[in-house]
Design a protein around this ligand. Structure first.
Ligand code: SF4
Ligand code: SF4
Length: 400
């Protein structure tokens, strides 16, 4: 079935049908913000000017882990070999983020905020930034591997921070195997568990409902047989809901096609796709489906969980083995509704494949950049020439 929407409807219904209305409300609001403005305005009047609904900030490139499937620090990661000192040096000072928040407040809009990295808590002033966002009565999410979360939990709860995505790729040993530390002795699982448990505990102590805590599990050949155990393990930490996702990836063949297509459209060669080249064929899809069915059927599983992208188990074969199949997701809204800021302030149209830079927030306001000629050129290209080869397994297309 062809769909112009990437709304993971079944996921929303599952979460909404749970006894966790806060989780459902948050997920609903993100999906609506991503898709509705495009559907109402841009599809009808072909307008390439837009309003920002979500500001996504990759606040640092640095990370304390070296996760196997990671496009930045994994086997083919595009940050490997770069100087850590230089990566740190190019980060924006916190004052620049205060200015950004100020610009947003003055504009009268109230986008949602999303922080990722690298590991976002490696940006030392992260809590100052989230605090300023909450003071301005805006909302946001952080995706983290658990670094410094235990130490930050009380303050995050006090701030009323909305949403924490905790990356958990398995039970203790499997998680460590999938997510080794930059330093081998490092126990990435214990760090994640301690942080998650502390968040839930602080919420209880302070009698608060936020942040909602979700775990994100990236499915790989290493953890695919451990998923039921992972769900039960995450549940034992007191989390609110869980997302399981087959890794975002590209093939070498489609990556090269993308490189040529991007150059034809925009005149430069992209490089970020190289970090996403993965041989996901070593996932045993038949066994994975069985594992997911076991989760569906197991009465011990009480927390709501969902597969993202929202595809049927039957579509998993195509997901892994037919990269050119868009699985019904034929329209990406991301460049019309969400914007992406990189650690040095560069603004790009896409989160994972941020090769197309439209400006820098140290030179222009985010609003000037978001509707400048270059940004609109990218939108027009998507509208007229369609999606690019790497789009078929991109979180901008299929995630929320
Ligand atoms: S925690 Fe995230 S950024 Fe760091 S290595 Fe793992 S996947 Fe990559
Ligand atoms: S790479 Fe493609 S699918 Fe991903 S956000 Fe950009 S346009 Fe959308």
């Amino acid at each position: 079935m062809t769909s112009v929407s990437n709304v993971p409807l079944a996921s929303v219904i599952r979460l909404a049908g749970s006894d966790l209305p806060l989780t459902a409300k948050l997920v609903y609001s993100l999906i609506v913000r991503k898709t509705l403005p495009w559907m109402v305005k841009h599809s009808l009047i072909k307008d390439d000017r837009a309003q920002i609904e979500l500001v996504s900030i990759k606040i640092t490139d640095l990370c304390n882990l070296r996760c196997r499937p990671c496009a930045q620090w994994g086997e083919h990661g595009y940050n490997l070999g770069k100087s850590l000192k230089e990566l740190r040096a190019k980060e924006l000072p916190v004052a620049q983020y205060f200015k950004l928040i100020d610009d947003v407040v003055k504009s009268g809009t109230r986008p949602f905020w999303y922080f990722w990295g690298g590991e976002p808590f490696m940006y030392k002033e992260l809590l100052q930034v989230t605090g300023a966002i909450r003071t301005a009565r805006m909302h946001g999410a952080i995706v983290t591997n658990g670094f410094k979360v235990k130490e930050s939990a009380a303050e995050l709860v006090q701030q009323g921070w909305d949403l924490m995505y905790m990356s958990q790729d398995g039970t203790h040993e499997i998680h460590r195997q999938n997510r080794p530390g930059a330093n081998e002795k490092f126990d990435s699982y214990q760090m994640l568990r301690d942080g998650t448990v502390e968040l839930v505990e602080q919420r209880r102590k302070q009698n608060k409902k936020f942040p909602v805590v979700l775990t994100l599990t990236c499915i790989t050949s290493i953890n695919q047989h451990d998923l039921l155990n992972t769900v039960l393990d995450a549940q034992s930490m007191g989390i609110d809901a869980m997302v399981l996702y087959p890794a975002w990836f590209t093939t070498l063949e489609d990556g090269l096609k993308h490189e040529a297509e991007f150059e034809r459209r925009f005149g430069t060669k992209p490089y970020m796709w190289k970090g996403y080249v993965a041989d996901c064929h070593d996932v045993d899809v038949a066994a994975l489906k069985e594992e997911l069915r076991r989760i569906q059927a197991d009465p011990r599983v009480k927390i709501p969980w969902t597969l993202m992208p929202d595809i049927s188990l039957d579509q998993l074969d195509a997901y892994y083995h037919d990269h050119g199949d868009f699985l019904g997701y034929h329209q990406c809204f991301y460049p019309w509704t969400y914007t992406e800021i990189q650690p040095n302030g560069d603004v790009s149209t896409c989160r994972d494949y941020g090769d197309y830079i439209c400006g820098n927030i140290t030179q222009n306001s985010i609003y000037e950049i978001f509707n400048n000629e270059r940004y609109q050129k990218f939108r027009k290209s998507l509208r007229e020439d369609g999606m690019m080869p790497i789009c078929s397994r991109c979180c901008g297309l299929m995630g929320f």
